[in-house]
Design a protein. Structure first.
Length: 77
Protein backbone atom coordinates (compact mmCIF):
# COMPACT_ATOMS: atom_id res chain seq x y z
CA UNK A 1 0.00 0.00 0.00
CA UNK A 2 1.50 3.31 -1.10
CA UNK A 3 1.53 6.24 1.28
CA UNK A 4 -0.35 9.31 0.21
CA UNK A 5 1.39 12.61 -0.30
CA UNK A 6 -0.32 15.23 1.84
CA UNK A 7 -2.19 17.91 -0.05
CA UNK A 8 -0.72 21.39 -0.01
CA UNK A 9 -2.70 24.39 1.17
CA UNK A 10 -3.53 26.56 -1.84
CA UNK A 11 -4.37 30.24 -1.64
CA UNK A 12 -5.95 32.00 -4.59
CA UNK A 13 -5.05 35.57 -3.64
CA UNK A 14 -2.16 37.43 -2.08
CA UNK A 15 -4.54 38.49 0.70
CA UNK A 16 -5.26 34.85 1.56
CA UNK A 17 -1.56 34.02 1.45
CA UNK A 18 -0.75 36.99 3.70
CA UNK A 19 -3.29 35.80 6.24
CA UNK A 20 -1.97 32.21 6.09
CA UNK A 21 1.63 33.36 6.62
CA UNK A 22 0.80 36.06 9.16
CA UNK A 23 2.28 38.81 7.02
CA UNK A 24 1.08 42.02 5.40
CA UNK A 25 0.00 41.82 1.76
CA UNK A 26 2.74 44.32 0.77
CA UNK A 27 5.32 42.03 2.38
CA UNK A 28 3.94 39.16 0.28
CA UNK A 29 4.32 41.30 -2.85
CA UNK A 30 7.94 42.03 -1.89
CA UNK A 31 8.69 38.35 -1.25
CA UNK A 32 7.10 37.31 -4.55
CA UNK A 33 9.23 39.87 -6.37
CA UNK A 34 12.28 38.43 -4.57
CA UNK A 35 11.54 34.94 -5.91
CA UNK A 36 9.06 33.33 -3.54
CA UNK A 37 7.21 30.58 -5.45
CA UNK A 38 3.68 31.17 -6.66
CA UNK A 39 1.66 32.59 -9.50
CA UNK A 40 -1.65 34.44 -9.31
CA UNK A 41 -4.33 32.00 -8.22
CA UNK A 42 -1.81 29.35 -7.17
CA UNK A 43 0.08 30.20 -4.01
CA UNK A 44 1.00 27.12 -1.96
CA UNK A 45 1.56 27.95 1.70
CA UNK A 46 4.00 25.08 2.33
CA UNK A 47 6.16 26.05 -0.68
CA UNK A 48 6.26 29.64 0.52
CA UNK A 49 7.15 28.58 4.07
CA UNK A 50 9.99 26.41 2.73
CA UNK A 51 11.26 29.33 0.65
CA UNK A 52 11.19 31.65 3.67
CA UNK A 53 13.02 29.09 5.80
CA UNK A 54 15.76 28.52 3.23
CA UNK A 55 16.12 32.29 2.77
CA UNK A 56 16.53 32.77 6.53
CA UNK A 57 19.15 30.00 6.68
CA UNK A 58 21.12 31.61 3.83
CA UNK A 59 20.98 35.02 5.53
CA UNK A 60 22.21 33.54 8.83
CA UNK A 61 25.09 31.78 7.07
CA UNK A 62 26.12 35.02 5.34
CA UNK A 63 26.06 36.90 8.66
CA UNK A 64 28.16 34.22 10.35
CA UNK A 65 30.65 34.26 7.49
CA UNK A 66 30.99 38.06 7.74
CA UNK A 67 31.43 37.87 11.51
CA UNK A 68 34.17 35.27 11.19
CA UNK A 69 36.05 37.42 8.69
CA UNK A 70 35.78 40.59 10.79
CA UNK A 71 36.51 39.01 14.16
CA UNK A 72 32.80 38.70 14.87
CA UNK A 73 30.47 39.76 17.59
CA UNK A 74 30.18 42.92 19.59
CA UNK A 75 33.26 44.86 20.53
CA UNK A 76 33.85 45.40 24.26
CA UNK A 77 33.67 48.96 25.59
Amino acid sequence: MASRIPQKTRCETRDQLAKALGAHVRTIAHWLAAGMPGIPGHYYVEDCENWLTSRAIEARQKRQKRQRRSGGGLSPR
